[in-house]
Design a protein around this ligand. Structure first.
Ligand code: SAM
Length: 238
């Protein structure tokens, strides 16, 4: 299991909030919806969703305990919220056919294999239930990962899985989903300074690297831009 630094994550200026808002907007949530936030992190997307949801339950699931601690501190006292540790690669401890909507943001590319994940999302959904997803997709961060390899070929890069549209669509259909909309959306993101970039890379991307290596890499990135490519998925359980 990969652990996180919840407070450091929350202090970053990441584009994740924007991806979360975009994912929630695509869902057009009715106020009485039951929502599961998969890979919830520190609960920022859940907080946005709670502005719309009147009754809940809103279920937050993630693997990292430090992220969940931060999530608990932010929204754990809200009676609409349930927070649980879980691995998205395994069946979720949620009653089958009980959830209206599942969303996740910036989480699925941490799973090396997506064979199980769509099935695990299918089971808890009610018939007619929707899911909307954002994750790193095929080609995500390619430039910086190549630059990192050029500069420090002996140092390992993160082992993310950036799924493509064809494979994702096949797995969604195999899991039983219909109305599958899958797209890859480039989202270049400029960070304000070398220092912000270095902190960002250290917290989120090259977490095992030494600071001097990160700083060298940040200096070599002349445009301070992270070339994100998002895999956006919307699908329905029939
Ligand atoms: C980059 S954070 C994103 C958090 C949040 N969705 C956001 O956008 O701010 C990745 C999250 O995915 C979770 N995660 C990664 N792999 C997971 C897995 N196999 N099972 C459950 N959660 C996982 C981590 O615990 C973390 O909470």
């Amino acid at each position: 299991m990969i652990e996180w630094d919840g407070p450091a994550y929350d202090a970053l200026p990441p584009p994740h909030q924007e991806w979360g808002k975009r994912t929630i907007a695509a869902l057009n949530l009715p106020p009485t919806e039951t929502l599961l936030v998969a890979g919830c992190g520190t609960g920022r997307d859940a907080q946005v969703a709670l502005e719309t949801l009147t009754s809940g339950p809103l279920i937050c699931v993630a693997e990292s305990r430090t992220m969940l601690d931060q999530c608990r501190a932010a929204i754990g006292s809200d009676p609409r919220v349930t927070i649980a540790q879980g691995n998205l690669d395994s069946p979720l401890s949620v009653t089958p056919n009980s959830v209206d909507t599942i969303m996740s943001v910036a989480a699925l590319h941490w799973l090396a294999d997506h064979k199980n994940v769509w099935r695990n999302f299918f089971t808890p959904l009610k018939p007619g239930g929707k899911r909307a997803n954002d994750a790193g997709g095929f080609g995500n961060l390619e430039r910086i990962l190549n630059l990192a390899l050029e500069l420090f070929s002996e140092t390992s890069s993160p082992s993310w899985y950036y799924a493509n549209m064809e494979n994702t669509t096949s797995l969604l259909i195999e899991a039983g989903f219909t109305n599958c909309e899958v797209e890859l959306r480039p989202h270049p993101t400029v960070l304000a300074s070398d220092k912000t970039l270095a902190t960002y890379l250290q917290t989120l991307v090259f977490r095992d690297w030494q600071l001097t290596q990160i700083e060298t890499l940040a200096r070599a990135m002349t445009d301070n831009t992270l070339y994100y490519v998002r895999l956006e998925v919307r699908a329905t359980k029939p």
